[in-house]
Design a protein around this ligand. Sequence first.
Ligand code: NAD
Ligand code: UDP
Length: 382
Amino acid sequence: MAQRVDLDGKPVAAMSICMIGGGGFIGSHLCEKLMAETSHKAVVVDVSSEKINHLLRESNPWSSRIEFHHMNIKNDSRLETLIKASDLTINLAAICTPADYNTRPLDTIFSNFIDAIPVIKYCTENNKRLIHFSTCEVYGKTIGSFLPEEFRKDPKYYMLKEDVSPCIFGPVEKQRWSYACAKQMTDRLIYAEHAENGLKFTIVRPYNWIGPRMDFIPGVDGPCDGVPRVLACFSNNLLRGEPLKLVDGGRSQRTFLYIKDAIEAVLLMIDNPERANGQIFNVGNPDNEVSVKELAELMIQVYAKVAGVPSSSLSTLDVSSEEFYGKGYDDSDRRIPDMTIITRQLGWKPKTPLDKLLDDTLQYQHQTYSSAIKKVLSKPSN
Ligand code: NAD
Ligand code: UDP
């Protein structure tokens, strides 16, 4: 492999990277990228390897550069040894599906705050660099959501800036915010370790990264009653020919970023510590903003083409948030990332428009799941 250079033209030395939660959606794409395009070694720690099994086969040319440790970080003393032996730790481990935030708030808070504490401690004590995955959800609701319609058009009331925007959460009874609050505490702990003890950190705030291998399809590779994030919920509806459920009419807005664009940003952070250390990065695509209702309509059009079915056979259905998620659900109204810091530090920009990313992703969903769904649907229900 030709010598890779960083953004300042200096050679990038091969590193050993401890990827906690590296067996999940983002981790699996990052492992693929590291194996295909770098000489770095991935030491993956996760409770599941399902999404990276294709990379772990001994017949792969890079098999000596990736290892998997089946481990729950809640209670495993091997974690410190693995962090100590690596040059960089990337922490992706989390419960991060909104259906869990109000129904499993304790697990959500432990996973996103308490379980991250030893990771941060081991990195600080052993002088190891940490790239930690936070979330755009730490910003909560926009200021604009509390203002009359005419004020909402001004970007200062909705654009989310890492070093300016406040974090606006609902009351404690709205347990949806348990995730955002736990993630925010972790961000603050990392920042405090940096300020007081010199921890070298980068915090990543993903804005709805989507693509192949995201979450699961209920009843196929996840629990029948499981509720994944919106891409997998709508994919499941489309595969089964059911209406796509619009929570509270699907009026919330999101910006969607293709996972392959996102991974380019993470690789820049890995390879450019001098530019990435001490930074908090929004990573999203402000040009891909839609309401959830618009997303559903677009997915219907794209899926109809991919699966060769008439789009008139696919529809949407309004449901209340209480019916869909239960008590304590609440929502972020709008999430547009300000991109100033990541553009300045790393020169990164997203590339893939929403229709193209949905086309690639729905082709993957159709190829991967349509025969399994047919089998499930053909079984008589009890
Ligand atoms: P994911 O659920 O696919 O990946 C998380 C991985 O962590 C899973 O493989 C899970 O098994 C593992 N894990 C959880 N608890 C663990 C434990 N105790 N011990 C070992 N492994 C454990 O989710 P993802 O989308 O890949 O997200 C990765 C990170 O990015 C998370 O921290 C999430 O909060 C953050 N994030 C992602 C998005 C997005 O758009 N995908 C948005 C905001 C934040
Ligand atoms: N949503 C929806 N129908 C679904 C799943 C989700 O309308 O079947 C909505 C959800 O209420 C939220 C948005 O889609 O407004 C995005 O949800 P997701 O679970 O992807 O995570 P979030 O962006 O809220 O973290």
